[in-house]
Design a protein around this ligand. Structure first.
Ligand code: FE2
Length: 219
C-alpha cells in the first residue's frame, strides 16, 4: 500500500491512482475530487473539472461526522454561509467536508490503484438562517509530512459548486511564518486559518464564515 503524499502546497496525491483505476464512475468522481479538488482549490478550471460530491441524502444544518468512539480530540466548527453580498444568509447550500483521522490518514484500508475513500466525511446544508455546524475530531497531519492538519471543504447549491479553501488551525506548528503571512494577503495561500479554543469540556471550538461567489452555473 502506498500512502498519499503531500506536496509543498498541501494537496494530497495518490500515486498512480488515476492511471490504473478502472472502478465505477461515482467512485472515480470521488477519487478525482480528492486528487484534483483537494489540490486545485481556488482554481476555476479545477472547480469545473472536479465537482464536489453530492450528499447521499438531504443533510441537516448540524452534523456529527465521526462514528461513536472515534479516537481524537473533539472539535466543533460552526459558522455562517452568506450569499455573494457577504450579508444575506444563504439557505439551501451544502457544505461537504472530509479530513484525516487522528493518525493523519484518510482510510486505513486504502488499496493501491483504488479510489481513496475518506472515512471521515460529512455534509451540512443550511436552512434560512444560513448557519452550519459540524462536530468531529481534530484531524492530524499526514504521517511524516509537513502539510498542516486540515479539513477539505466544498460548497454547492444556489448556482455554485466548487471547492473552498481548506480549514487550517492557528495553533498548528506546521504552519510556517510565511504561510501565516500569506494567508492574510488578498487571495491568501488557498487556506483559511481558524483559531480554536477549548471549552470547559475540552472540546476544541472554532468558527468560519463563508461568502459564496456569484452564481455562475446551475447546481
Ligand atoms: Fe488533504
Amino acid at each position: 500500500m502506498r500512502m498519499p503524499t503531500a506536496s509543498h502546497r498541501g494537496c494530497v496525491r495518490f500515486p498512480g491512482l488515476l492511471n490504473d483505476y478502472s472502478g465505477s464512475l461515482p467512485a472515480l468522481l470521488i477519487a478525482v475530487a480528492l486528487v484534483g479538488g483537494a489540490c486545485g482549490a481556488g482554481n476555476a478550471k479545477s472547480q469545473d473539472e472536479f465537482p464536489v460530491p453530492d450528499s447521499p441524502a438531504a443533510p441537516p444544518a448540524k452534523i456529527v461526522i465521526p462514528p461513536e468512539g472515534e479516537p481524537g480530540e473533539p472539535l466543533v466548527i460552526s459558522g455562517m454561509i452568506y450569499q455573494s453580498d457577504g450579508r444575506t444568509p444563504a439557505a439551501g447550500v451544502t457544505l461537504y467536508l472530509f479530513h484525516t483521522d487522528a493518525k493523519g490518514i484518510y482510510s486505513p484500508d486504502q488499496e493501491e490503484g483504488k479510489p481513496p475513500k475518506p472515512r471521515l466525511q460529512g455534509w451540512v446544508r443550511t436552512k434560512a438562517d444560513g448557519r452550519y455546524e459540524f462536530r468531529t475530531i481534530r484531524p492530524t497531519a499526514y504521517p511524516g509530512g509537513d502539510t498542516p492538519a486540515h479539513i477539505h471543504a466544498g460548497v454547492y447549491g444556489r448556482g455554485v459548486r466548487y471547492w473552498i479553501n481548506d480549514y487550517w488551525f492557528a495553533d498548528d506548528p506546521l504552519i510556517t511564518a510565511k504561510q501565516r503571512k500569506r494567508v492574510n494577503e488578498p487571495e491568501g495561500s488557498g487556506k483559511v486559518i481558524v483559531t480554536l479554543e477549548r471549552d470547559d469540556k475540552r472540546v476544541w471550538r472554532g468558527t468560519r464564515d463563508i461568502t459564496l461567489k456569484k452564481a455562475e452555473t446551475t447546481p
